[in-house]
Design a protein around this ligand. Structure first.
Ligand SMILES: Nc1ncnc2c1ncn2[C@@H]1O[C@H](COP(=O)(O)OP(=O)(O)OP(=O)(O)O)[C@@H](O)[C@H]1O
Ligand SMILES: [Mg+2]
Length: 397
């Protein structure tokens, strides 16, 4: 698929801009801070309903404006659809597909698919487990949008279960101080623990299916990751990603070894794991088992990437994860997602630049940003826009 138009109103630094796009490679060139990333961030937002730079919508709206609008014409298999999002920080966002009435943004997920690489992706390798969980879950949603709802259900269940654990804490303390004298405390505690068991079931069911989906995703992604890293780095070492699960030991070890247990088995293991950590959970007031506690271990050869890989290797690893995502979605969807490469070339050595250029040259649409035009290999320049102070102007060929 590709974008034929990208139109912004009060998005980031743009009061209003309309960029006509074509399939193939398009490069946005301009000095720092001129609005290159803002453009491609908008495209990514249309596809994922989130920004790769901020977790809240506030900064996406131009300072002084109330709402932002991002609109695009998305072409897939020759069919064009108008996709529009209205970003209202602090209020519900709205989406519109074609002439249909406005709906919830979640309903339009899947219309546009993008794979976006940006300097922030270095955190996939160097950052906290949360970065890697988000990577997996976002790819899950890009592959199958229905995971968006399951993902937010899961977050809600964890929040409610944590609240319950916290409320059980003082009861437990009171209970142990007063011994058997206070029947009320005990019955309250018993009822809290009973409710906790109900939440355990919810959490194991929803969380277990999420873990199962992540494991299958990682299994499908792995060969593409190995190949992409190999191609970018010219076979320097093997890139691997394995899942680190918070489930109890025999199951966690099997998962770490690359096995994907059946979903029912994961759900059952999660239940058992809750029982094992019950005391700690009540003491600390947090849920200690589940997909929100898991991680993905990234390795280059025999060493973990985190803490060992060089800057360029880490960059290439993050890039490998995105290129692998692109290949996986291309295979799954039968159409190419729009590939966005924000500032990718400046950090790569000459060999890696050329090899990356060769790798992405056949994608249906590639949007590239660069502060220095010469950093982009000649083979990949394609159509070029100059971005200056929020003005986007096509360069003559
Ligand atoms: N909500 C906003 N309202 C107004 N201006 C904003 C808003 N958010 C960001 N900006 C401005 O947009 C500019 C950053 O744009 P962007 O990140 O696209 O730059 P860039 O061209 O990609 O630069 P670089 O080459 O450094 O990556 C900054 O000057 C910033 O102040
Ligand atoms: Mg930028």
């Amino acid at each position: 698929m590709h974008l034929r138009h990208l139109t912004l109103a009060d998005f980031r630094s743009y009061p209003a801009v309309d960029v006509a796009l074509e399939p193939g490679v398009t490069t946005f060139v301009g000095l720092n801070g001129q609005g290159k990333t803002n453009l491609v961030e908008a495209a990514g937002y249309l596809a994922s309903l989130s920004s790769h730079r901020v977790s809240q919508d506030g900064p996406l709206v131009r300072a002084g404006a109330e709402r932002a609008i991002v609109r695009a014409a998305v072409v897939r298999d020759g069919r064009e659809q108008q996709l529009e999002l209205e970003i209202n920080p602090g209020k519900a966002n709205r989406a519109r597909l074609g002439r249909a009435a406005a709906t919830r943004p979640r309903d339009v997920l899947g219309t546009l698919r993008t794979v976006l690489f940006a300097p922030e992706d270095l955190a996939l390798v160097k950052g906290d487990p949360g970065e890697r969980r988000r990577f997996l879950d976002e790819l899950l949603v890009a592959r199958q949008p229905r995971w968006s709802a399951a993902r937010s259900d899961y977050d809600k269940i964890v929040k409610q279960r944590n609240a319950l654990l916290k409320s059980a804490m003082p009861l437990l303390r009171k209970g142990s101080r007063r011994r058997n004298s206070d029947v009320d405390v005990y019955s309250e505690l018993a009822s809290a623990l009973h409710t906790l068991e109900v939440w355990d079931s919810h959490l194991a069911t929803v969380g277990g299916s999420l873990v199962y989906a992540r494991l299958r995703l990682l299994r499908d992604l792995s060969p593409y990751l190995e190949q992409a890293y190999d191609e970018v780095s010219a076979g320097r070492s093997q890139a691997r990603a394995t899942y680190r699960s918070s489930l109890h030991e025999p199951v966690a070890a099997r998962i770490a070894a690359g096995e994907v247990p059946e979903q029912e088995e994961i759900v059952a293991a999660m239940h058992e794991s809750f029982a094992q950590v019950r005391t700690q959970e009540v003491e600390r007031g947090v849920t200690l088992v589940g997909p929100h506690r898991d991680d993905v271990v990234l390795q280059l050869g025999d060493l973990p990437a985190k803490g060992y890989a060089s800057h360029g290797e880490s960059w290439s690893f993050a890039l490998g994860l995105r290129l692998a995502s692109f290949q996986l979605l291309r295979t799954d969807l039968g159409t190419d997602p729009v590939l966005v490469l924000d500032d990718v070339f400046a950090e790569l050595d000459a060999g890696r630049r050329e090899r990356l250029a060769a790798l992405v040259a056949d994608a249906e649409q590639v949007l590239i940003t660069a502060a220095v035009a010469d950093d982009v290999p000649e083979a990949l320049t394609g159509r070029r826009f100059e971005v200056e102070l929020g003005k986007v102007a096509a360069c003559p060929d």
